[in-house]
Design a protein around this ligand. Structure first.
Ligand code: GLN
Length: 535
């Protein structure tokens, strides 16, 4: 087993997650089996309770773990499926240490960060590597953060235990460009490497995030001050078109050869053909452009709907077209109506969400899609919105709503699941993870998936209320996917519009550039048809 640790220096949001994913992808092209995981130093047990303003999207795994969005990058870039053991937080570590202390497992000892907390961290490293050749572990945050120290210390101890020849430390750092001076600056990187060396870790590879090319002189300087071989100073420029250029960009810098050589792995040459095809289709699609509106309330945040934007890009690859996304704030629609923001749009997507802010704007967007026959994909909350809109405006159940937004409504067409009614804790208590769904013949869903039984990931408390099923079906709503064990409605279609589909689950979490999700592909395909016919 070989281990790679990825740390970050100078600032956060450097794209360590993408670098980890890109490196993982690159190693896979050489036939190496890779798993990527993340250690997050914050004290939350998981990001499930954090606001999108704090944290961006919460990425859900098959086993129902609510994890950091970087795990989404890992699953999109590489082939392995991840589990709850692949996103470790300080909150989980301390929870486990304190439980052990209460049980008396420490046999009267004083419980300390070293060795008890660091042992807990190391045990997760030993456990996570099974079945793979290389385990890549990204440490969240920036070197020098107080919370991060136990993780860095654990890495140091770990490399001593498994043998230094089996461990590689990669430090991702920023080389800022100072306009006034007209030059790139290496000092912040020198200092952040010095911080690592203070704890006893010498990075083997320096990945330099930069807007401008790094000159040979600069490489030499970084090499000398950071004590890294000149050929191990890797330039990582901002990619031009798409994050999926990253594996090739890293290959171009010789990253894979360097890693393979330093870790002593005997691997075949890399085969970049699959990634080259993906990138080619993104840069130069043959079938034109389609305009998709994503109607949400966190549209200014880069990361709040990360997997949705990625899945749309993948569906662009699948349809060999460009997907141009217009981010629409549902509160703007509330104030000024749907027409102003959605006119001329080829497809409307309403993503998941919580709380009543902006809800009526989303309902107006769904109405606009239904009436104007614009392809519509509603995801989780977006499915519930389509049902509420249909109930109100087609089935005549005026003021129908979800119990989440109006607990006194006469027509709670979306309601709390029974098992949710007595839950008081917020963390990890939703309906989470992968569940089976049976599709109904002759529906848009079965046409898209081309199979009858699917599995998709969930994250919600509310559900289609079966008490209204008959009434809504009579009014024309089509139920095209049901959870077979519990008879829960998972997919609805509104036939008045040729492609209006709402799904209670999150298909975006299973989409990859190499395997675009069938539902996103069908949706984008319909939007593309509309774009072409309206020309
Ligand atoms: N707020 C809704 C629920 O809890 C939808 C959740 C979501 O969109 N992820 O059911």
């Amino acid at each position: 087993m070989k281990y790679i640790f990825i740390t970050g220096g100078v600032v956060s949001s450097l794209g360590k997650g993408l670098t980890s994913g890109g490196l993982g992808a690159l190693l896979e092209t050489r036939g190496i089996k890779v798993r990527i995981q993340k250690f997050d130093p914050y004290l939350n047990v998981d990001p499930g309770t954090m606001s999108p303003f704090q944290h961006g999207e919460v990425y859900v795994l098959d086993d129902g773990a609510e994890t950091d969005l970087d795990l989404g990058h890992y699953e999109r870039f590489t082939h392995g499926k991840l589990s709850r053991f692949n996103n470790l937080t300080s909150g989980q570590i301390y929870e486990s240490v304190i439980q052990k202390e209460r049980r008396g497992d420490y046999l009267g000892k004083t419980v300390q960060v070293i060795p008890h907390v660091t042992n807990e961290i190391k045990s997760r490293l030993y456990a996570a590597g099974e079945g793979v050749d290389v385990l890549i572990t990204e440490i969240g945050g920036t070197v020098g953060d107080i919370e991060g120290l136990p993780f860095i210390e654990a890495m140091r101890q770990f490399s001593l235990e498994v043998g230094k020849e089996n461990v590689l430390f990669i430090h991702v750092t920023l080389i800022p460009y100072l306009k006034a001076a007209g030059e790139l600056k290496t000092k912040p990187s020198q200092q952040s490497v010095a911080k690592l060396r203070e704890i006893g870790i010498q990075p083997d590879i320096l990945v330099c995030r930069t807007e401008k090319p790094i000159s040979a002189d600069m490489r030499q300087k970084l090499s000398m001050f950071c004590n890294v071989e000149p050929n191990a100073v890797i330039e990582e420029r901002d990619v031009e078109h798409s994050i999926y250029e990253l594996p090739s960009a890293l290959a171009h810098e010789g990253m894979d050869s360097l890693v393979v050589k330093k870790l002593g792995i005997d691997a075949k040459e890399s085969d970049m053909s699959a990634w080259n095809t993906i990138v080619k289709r993104i840069i130069d699609p043959k079938s034109g452009t389609t305009n998709i509106a994503v109607v949400g309330k966190y549209i200014d945040l880069q990361d709040a709907y990360k997997s949705i934007y990625e899945a749309l890009a993948h569906a662009g690859i699948g349809n060999d077209c460009r997907v141009s996304v217009k981010r629409v704030d549902s509160e703007d629609i509330e104030r000024e109506g749907a027409e102003k923001y959605l006119k001329g749009i080829d497809g409307i997507l309403i993503p998941g969400g919580f709380g009543d802010r902006g809800i009526e704007g989303k309902i107006l967007a769904a109405k606009y899609a239904r009436e104007n026959k614009i392809p519509y994909l509603g995801i989780c909350l977006g499915m519930q919105i389509a049902v509420i809109e249909f109930a109100r405006n087609v089935a005549g159940l005026s003021r129908a709503n979800s119990g989440e937004f109006d607990d006194g409504t006469q027509y709670p067409v979306i309601s709390l699941l029974d098992e949710q009614k007595n839950i008081t804790d917020k963390g990890a208590t939703m309906r989470l993870g992968s569940y089976e769904c049976e599709l109904v013949d002759g529906t848009l869903a079965v046409k898209a998936y081309k199979e009858k039984r699917i599995r998709e990931r969930h994250r919600h408390r509310y559900e289609f209320n079966n008490l209204f099923r008959e009434k809504l079906e009579k009014a024309g709503l089509k139920i095209s996917g049901v959870n077979p064990k519990r008879n829960l409605v998972e997919i609805v279609e509104i036939p008045e519009n040729p492609w209006m589909v709402g799904v209670q689950f999150h298909p975006e979490f299973q989409s990859k550039p190499s395997q675009p999700h069938p539902l996103f592909c069908a949706f984008v395909g319909e939007a593309l048809k509309r774009a072409k016919s309206s020309k």
